[in-house]
Design a protein around this ligand. Structure first.
Ligand code: FAD
Ligand code: SF4
Length: 503
């Protein structure tokens, strides 16, 4: 029996290696346990189920034997274990072959499968990634700091991507200094392609509407692609239309423009509808053929070859306890407006509202708006982690948890980020047009109309002095804080407490 999970929809997935069309049965199962252990966004559940169905149809068309269990099958046991057991009762198998899952919870469950099923269970390493577990461990071994930039250079050398012989193309590893422009509303914004739901996807939409109406987010309009062909259209569209400006506007935010020049491919890539190496090679070709500048292509390749592989390495290296990290001792509950999007802060409202409608926010919204706010407000990192895992269509624990717990909340004490991604309203004002229409005044430092990011920023530094003031990258901010009068520091603490205590 070959088991394929909902985020493993690639014909080259390890579990399908050397699959025998005559003898082997491929099992795919939509199970309640996976859809509800976190209350995933409705669009995310619909996307995964619809893509699973499309993948199963493709496998059948290619002559494979597929056992597909729909969520509303009356015999559906509701769990992966239950569905494998049921298949073993119905048919004769002598081995179960699976690909490693993307989270510790399922790894722990799989460890008990051999005993439960009374037969060999082979769990194969997921070969969709460019860095193996062993290669990451060997890179990390003996290092006191695990900085992404050095890992990324190693990956460039190992893969030959954006390399001229042994040198990085253009003579530098990183062209970030040329990126980071704020966007202007009159720029041409290439919107990601939208796909009309086919008949089977419409059935899934009805199912999700019936069964998961209490989950977060808007189910419709549903425009995600659900096949490899759709994902390919989305990728090609990005490479031609948006990649050339990707670097310039990577950190920009604009009211009413959820996607800007981002690729919006993470949900396809993370379930196997696209391949990471192929994407990087094709982005490189855009540069080699003179269709996209190096700052854009290097910036984009770094996200996939660097950040994506690096956070995965950290997730598996640190083990399940990483999820409990709380280096700053943050304990506040996640505010309700993360779910309702009802807030007077324009930047937060834009990010939260589009999260609700699209199950998507781009990196800077996740890191410097919703993540930054949670960090400054001292929200329990585990609650923040569960929120990010639930609300985004691309969220799987191996990629979401290090980004949230490490990069965004600094809860791992600086393993992943060399300093907390904490910023006042000035940063958001520089990179976006949100402040113009906001109920708060980004220039005001104190009082009820001042931008909350301003006093929360200083309050965060004051609260965490013992843990952060030795960090050389933020020491200058502590010197500024120390130059403030006692009255000013009291005012900051008062404004922060008043804002955070107000329901
Ligand atoms: P683009 O901006 O076009 O980037 C291209 C690709 O690079 C992405 O599709 C993605 O595959 C990869 N990438 C970029 N940044 C990262 C990163 N930091 N880590 C891993 N891959 C990256 N990404 C997820 O795929 N799933 C998540 O659950 C997730 N949770 C996040 C939570 C927080 C708090 C933060 C700060 C970031 C998170 N990210 C996550 C990373 C990043 O925000 C998304 O990958 C990106 O916004 C997806 O949109 P895009 O496809 O338009 O990406
Ligand atoms: Fe956000 Fe502050 Fe600007 Fe309002 S003023 S949009 S809260 S940064």
């Amino acid at each position: 029996m070959r088991l394929v999970l909902g985020d493993q929809l690639s014909p080259r997935i390890a579990a399908l290696r050397y699959v025998d069309k005559a003898q082997d049965v491929i099992l795919l199962a939509e199970v309640d346990a996976e859809a509800t252990y976190i209350r995933h966004h409705k669009k995310k559940i619909a996307f995964v189920f619809a893509a699973m169905r499309a993948f199963a149809a493709r496998l059948r068309a290619d002559g494979f034997q597929v056992r597909y269990v729909k969520l509303d099958d009356p015999l559906n046991s509701g769990s992966l274990r239950g569905e494998i057991s049921r298949a073993l009762l119905d048919e004769t198998f002598d081995e179960v072959i699976a690909t490693e899952p993307g989270e510790h919870r399922l790894v722990a469950d799989m460890e008990g499968w051999e005993a439960a099923f009374g037969m060999p269970v082979e769990i194969r390493e997921d070969s969709r990634f460019l860095c193996t577990h062993a290669a990451f461990r060997s890179w990390a071994q003996g290092r006191t700091q695990l900085r992404m930039e050095f890992f990324y250079r190693k990956m460039r050398e190992a893969t030959g991507l954006l390399m001229d012989d042994r040198e990085p193309v253009g003579g530098r590893w990183n062209f970030d200094a040329e990126n980071r422009k704020p966007a202007k509303p009159d720029l041409f914004m290439p919107r990601p392609p939208r796909f009309d739901p086919d008949a089977e996807t419409k059935v899934v939409l009805q199912l999700v509407s019936d069964r998961f109406s209490h989950h977060f987010g808007d189910l419709e309009p549903f425009w995600f692609g659900v096949t490899h062909e759709h994902a390919e259209v989305a990728l090609q569209h990005f490479l031609r239309e948006a990649l050339p400006s990707f670097g310039d506007y990577q950190d920009a935010m604009l009211e009413g423009e959820p996607f800007l020049y981002h690729s919006v491919i993470s949900m396809y890539l993370n379930v196997g509808l696209l391949d990471a190496r192929d994407i990087c090679q094709r982005a490189e070709q855009e540069y080699r053929h003179g269709r996209a500048p190096l700052n854009a292509v290097e910036g984009f390749v770094r996200q996939i070859l660097g950040w994506r592989e690096y956070v995965r390495g950290i997730y598996w290296l640190r083990g399940p306890d990483y999820l409990k990290s709380n280096a700053l001792g943050a304990t506040r509950d996640l505010p309700w407006f993360y779910w309702s999007a009802e807030t007077n802060m324009s930047c937060m409202r834009a990010a939260l509202q589009q999260t609700k409608t699209e199950a998507y926010a781009h990196h800077i919204q996740r890191l410097m708006v919703t993540g930054n706010f949670a960090l400054l407000a001292g929200i329990d990192p585990h609650q923040v982690h569960e929120w990010y895992l639930a609300v985004y269509a691309d969220a799987y624990e191996w990629v979401e948890a290090p980004n949230t717990i490490g990069m965004s909340q600094f809860a791992d004490g600086g393993l992943l980020a060399s300093k907390p991604y904490a910023a006042s309203g000035a940063y958001i004002n520089r990179m976006s047009d949100h402040c113009k229409g906001c109920a708060f005044d980004v220039k005001a430092k104190a009082g009820p109309t001042a931008c909350p990011f301003n006093y929360l920023y200083w309050d965060f530094l004051a609260r965490n002095r013992a843990k952060l003031s030795d960090n050389p990258r933020i020491a200058p901010m502590y010197r500024t804080l120390d130059r403030m009068s006692d009255e000013r520091r009291e005012e900051i603490a008062h404004d922060a407490a008043t804002f955070l205590e107000t329901p």
